[in-house]
Design a protein around this ligand. Structure first.
Ligand SMILES: NC(=O)c1ccc[n+]([C@@H]2O[C@H](COP(=O)([O-])OP(=O)(O)OC[C@H]3O[C@@H](n4cnc5c(N)ncnc54)[C@H](O)[C@@H]3O)[C@@H](O)[C@H]2O)c1
Length: 436
C-alpha cells in the first residue's frame, strides 16, 4: 500500500487512543517526554512523505524563539523523512530555505521537494508515490480555520488527501469573531473524517505541565482556580503585523492564546458568557512604550494593540480563571507564569518557554518543592507524539497521545476572542476619537 493511503477505518488503534484520551482529558506520563538527543528515530525503511504549508519561522526557525518544526521532523524520522512539497506563495523564500537544507546532512529529505503556491497546485501535479502521510500547516492563521475558499486549508487537505493526518499551528484562525462558528464547522468536518489532527499548543507537552496533570489525576484533585500571567518582551517583536489588530487579531488571540489554552487544559470548559476583562490602551498615559522597534504611527489608531489586558472568568466546574497579558517588558525573554490551585495544592509553573521550573506546595507542608526540566523540548514532544499516533505503534498503545485536538483548540480561540471583546467593551476611547 502506498505510504499515507491507510483509510481512517484502518487506524483503529490510534482512534481508540484519541477517543479514550478525549474522555479523560489527554495526558502523557512525563517520564515519556524525552529530549530530542535521547530519542531514537523510528526504524523502518519506507519513506514518510510530508507536505509543509508555509516556509516561515515556525517551519524553519528564526532568531525569535526555539520553534523550528522541520528540525524536529528531521530528528524524529531520520532518513525516512521526505518533504515532497513546500507550499508557499512566497516562492523565493521557499526556494531559499530548501537550498539551505540541501547544503546540509539532511539533504535527502529536501533534494526532491517541489515548491507550489497552493496545495491545489501540488495535488494537480502530484505523482502517486508523493502522496503525503501528513500535512504540516504553518501558514498565517488568516488563511485557515474557515469554510471560505482560500482560507480553508483544513478542508482542502481533507478534500485532496482524505484520511491524511494534519498538524495545524495555533491559533486556528484570526478572522473576525463572527467567523468562530466556521472554525467549529471545520472541527466537526475533521472529527467526522476521523483524520488524525494535532494543533500546535506545544506547552501542553511540557514535562512540567504533564507532571501537574499526573498529580491532579493521581490524587483526584478538582481545580479551584487558574491564574495565568504572560508578559511579553515587546522590544524583541519586530513584526509590524503583530502590533496591528486588523492583521493578527491582537496579543490575546495571537499570543496569549497559549496561556488561555493551558488554563483550559487544567480548568476545563469555560462559561464564555462569564468572561470579563479590562485593558490598558496605547493612548492612555500608563500605556506609553519607549522601546518599540516598529513604527506604530503607521498603524491605524483603532488597530493598535492594548498594553495590558486582564480577564477573569468562571469555568463550568465553578472554578475561577484569570489571565493577565502584558506588553511591557523589554529585552528578549518573556516572563510567564501559571498557577493552579486545588484543595491543599498549589502548582506554579514559571518560565515555560525558556527554563521551566515547577513549584509545588502539597498538603502537610508550607514549603515549595522545586522541579527543573533541563533539555525539555515540547516542540519535539509534540511532533514525536503526532508521528507515533500516525504510525500507530500497536505494541505500546499508551505511548503516544495528541494533547490538542482541533475542536479543543477552537474553544481556546473562542475564549481569547471573548477576552478581547470584553476588554474592548469596557475600555475608554481616546479623547480625540468618537466613541465606538
Ligand atoms: N507554537 C509557537 O510557539 C509558534 C511560534 C511561532 C509561530 N507560530 C505560529 O505559526 C504560524 C506561522 O507563523 P510564522 O512565524 O512562521 O510566520 P511567517 O510570517 O514567518 O511565515 C509564514 C509563511 O507562510 C507563507 N504564507 C502566506 N500565505 C500562505 C498560504 N496561503 N499558504 C501557504 N503559505 C502561506 C508566507 O509567505 C510565509 O513564508 C502562526 O500561526 C504563528 O502563530 C507558533
Amino acid at each position: 500500500m502506498a505510504p499515507g493511503s491507510r483509510r481512517p477505518s484502518e487506524r483503529r488503534g490510534s482512534d481508540r487512543r484519541l477517543s479514550e484520551a478525549a474522555s479523560r482529558r489527554p495526558s502523557i506520563d512525563p517520564l515519556r517526554l524525552i529530549p530530542m538527543d535521547k530519542a531514537v528515530h523510528i526504524a523502518g525503511s519506507d519513506d514518510f512523505n510530508v507536505v509543509f504549508v508555509g516556509a516561515g519561522n515556525i517551519m524553519f526557525g528564526s532568531e525569535e524563539g526555539p520553534w523550528n518544526h522541520s528540525f524536529r521532523f528531521e530528528h524524529k524520522l531520520g532518513p525516512r523523512l521526505k518533504v515532497v512539497a513546500l507550499i508557499d506563495p512566497a516562492i523565493e523564500r521557499a526556494t531559499h530555505v530548501l537550498q539551505k537544507k540541501c547544503e546540509t546532512f539532511v539533504k535527502s529529505a529536501y533534494e526532491n521537494t517541489r515548491v507550489f503556491k497552493t496545495l491545489e497546485d501540488f495535488h494537480k501535479n502530484m505523482a502517486p508515490r508523493d502522496r503525503p502521510k501528513a500535512v504540516i500547516v504553518g501558514s498565517p492563521p488568516m488563511f485557515r480555520g474557515t469554510t471560505q475558499p482560500g482560507r480553508d486549508i483544513e478542508l482542502q487537505i481533507m478534500r485532496f488527501f482524505p484520511g491524511v493526518a494534519m498538524f495545524i499551528e495555533k491559533p486556528i484562525a484570526t478572522g473576525p469573531s463572527e467567523e468562530i462558528v466556521e472554525a467549529f464547522k471545520v472541527a466537526k468536518a475533521i472529527s467526522d473524517s476521523a483524520a488524525v489532527c494535532s494543533v500546535g499548543y506545544m506547552l501542553r507537552y511540557l514535562r512540567g505541565v504533564q507532571m501537574i496533570k499526573q498529580i491532579i489525576e493521581e490524587n483526584n484533585l478538582v481545580v479551584m482556580a487558574t491564574i495565568a500571567r504572560y508578559a511579553t518582551a515587546y522590544e524583541a517583536i519586530a513584526k509590524p503585523d503583530w502590533w496591528d489588530k486588523s492583521k493578527s487579531a491582537g496579543p490575546i488571540v495571537e499570543q496569549g492564546t497559549h496561556f488561555c489554552d493551558l488554563s483550559r487544559y487544567f480548568g476545563g470548559e469555560v462559561d464564555i458568557a462569564s468572561v470579563q476583562a479590562h485593558s490598558l490602551e496605547w493612548h492612555e498615559n500608563a500605556g506609553r512604550l519607549t522601546k518599540q522597534t516598529i513604527d506604530e504611527s503607521k498603524i491605524a489608531p483603532e488597530n493598535r494593540i492594548p498594553r495590558i489586558t486582564s480577564a477573569t472568568w468562571k469555568y463550568e466546574s465553578g472554578a475561577v480563571g484569570s489571565f493577565t497579558h502584558c506588553v511591557a517588558l523589554q529585552g528578549h525573554n518573556y516572563s510567564c507564569e501559571l498557577e493552579i490551585y486545588a484543595d491543599g495544592y498549589q502548582f506554579k509553573l514559571v518560565d515555560p518557554y525558556v527554563q521551566p521550573i515547577l513549584y509545588i506546595r502539597r498538603p502537610g507542608s508550607d514549603l515549595d518543592e522545586q522541579h527543573r526540566f533541563p533539555d525539555d523540548d515540547p516542540f519535539f514532544s509534540e511532533v514525536s507524539n503526532l508521528i507515533d499516533v500516525i504510525e500507530d505503534i500497536e505494541e505500546d498503545p499508551e505511548s503516544a497521545c495528541i494533547l490538542s485536538s482541533f475542536e479543543d483548540a477552537c474553544k481556546s480561540y473562542e475564549l481569547t476572542w471573548a477576552i478581547r471583546v470584553a476588554s474592548e467593551k469596557s475600555r475608554k476611547p481616546p479623547a480625540s476619537t468618537p466613541a465606538a
